[in-house]
Design a protein around this ligand. Structure first.
Ligand SMILES: [Zn+2]
Length: 326
């Protein structure tokens, strides 16, 4: 077995470049494509066909204020351990379509391309939906995990039209109570106000048609709401079961898994109640690990699905492996 040192790899690169320079090209250089394949991915739970739909990524600058209860050096080490660039966290968005047969259910609706000013690499969702062959008019039910803009903005187009004209919209009652409370909005500090205003932009004129559910509700056959408060007061995850198989759609229970699955105690700046979010996260990760359940995480790396195992300290994500067939 030859030894492979960093020096020998570099030397091989130099030799290769030298050879390329001396040989005449055998064919014309291929231009770089510069584009990506459509971001959708299908898998099954029992008889249900699921489609993960990617909405691009927000490359968010982070600093010492991002995680309130961990030294920034530890956060930076966790990022380095996961081969992430220092100070820049990739936050992808992936929602989930569940085709139960009789019903096509959408869990969260993406950014609607409306976060592009802060996240220019987001907003690929509607192209991916089209590439997946899902017509917006064919969506029967929309389930919302919580009212942050990256989860609800896709309900409407930029000019305020409904994206899914035939869909019944179901939202957590506790989430509605929190975000649609004018007194709370008025009392909120200025940086928190835009999310309240955005919830009104999406929901005010369709309020009569939005149904509000309580934890435990079965919102489509085999899809049950589970309270998961902390990230937001009414944050909800969904258990999906068909034919003896089940999974959890975790929403924003954990953001980037290399930070928050591995360190479930860490409280991110966007968790409204940090300690409660951590308690919820630990309970759900423990359940997923014990039951060996497949999970979907809205901000996990695409296709945003995998299994949870117990790690050295916290937990770890074993990402789902791409399957060529269903
Ligand atoms: Zn989110």
């Amino acid at each position: 077995m030859p030894t492979i040192s960093r020096r020998s790899l570099l030397a091989a690169g130099v030799t290769g470049a030298a050879l390329a320079a001396t040989r005449a090209p055998s064919r014309a250089a291929a231009p770089a494509a510069g584009t990506q394949a459509a971001g959708f991915y299908r898998y099954r739970i029992g008889r249900y066909e699921l489609t993960a739909l990617n909405d691009g990524v927000w490359n968010r600058q982070i600093d010492a204020g991002f995680i309130a209860n961990a030294p920034f050096a530890q956060v930076q080490q966790a990022m380095a351990d996961a081969f992430m660039p220092p100070g820049r966290l990739a936050i992808p968005f992936t929602s989930l379509a569940v085709n139960t047969g009789p019903k096509l259910v959408l869990i969260d609706t993406g950014t609607g391309g409306q976060l592009q000013p802060v996240a220019p690499q987001s907003g690929t969702w509607s192209n991916n939906l089209a590439a997946a062959g899902i017509a917006p008019a064919s969506v029967d039910i929309i389930l919302i995990s919580h009212f942050h803009p990256d989860h609800i903005n896709g309900i409407k187009t930029k000019d305020g039209q409904l994206t899914f004209p035939n869909a019944a919209i179901h939202v957590p009652a506790a989430e509605w109570a929190y975000w649609m409370d004018d007194a709370r909005m008025n009392a909120a500090p200025e940086p928190a106000k835009p999310a309240f205003r955005n919830a009104r932009r999406i929901f005010s004129d369709i309020a009569r048609d939005v149904s509000r559910f309580a934890p435990g509700a079965e919102l489509a056959p085999g899809i049950i709401a589970i309270a998961a408060p902390g990230h937001t007061p009414g944050h909800t995850v969904f258990a999906i079961a068909s034919d003896g198989q089940s999974m959890l759609a975790l929403g924003d229970t954990t953001n980037n898994p290399w930070l928050f699955v591995r360190n479930p105690d860490w409280q991110a700046a966007f968790d409204i109640d940090g300690p409660m979010a951590a308690a919820t996260r630990k309970a759900l990760l423990a359940r997923a690990a014990a039951d060996r359940m497949l999970v979907h995480g809205y901000h996990f790396p695409f296709p945003a699905a995998g299994h949870i195992t117990r790690g050295a300290r916290g937990y770890d994500l074993v990402p789902a492996m791409w399957q060529a067939t269903l």
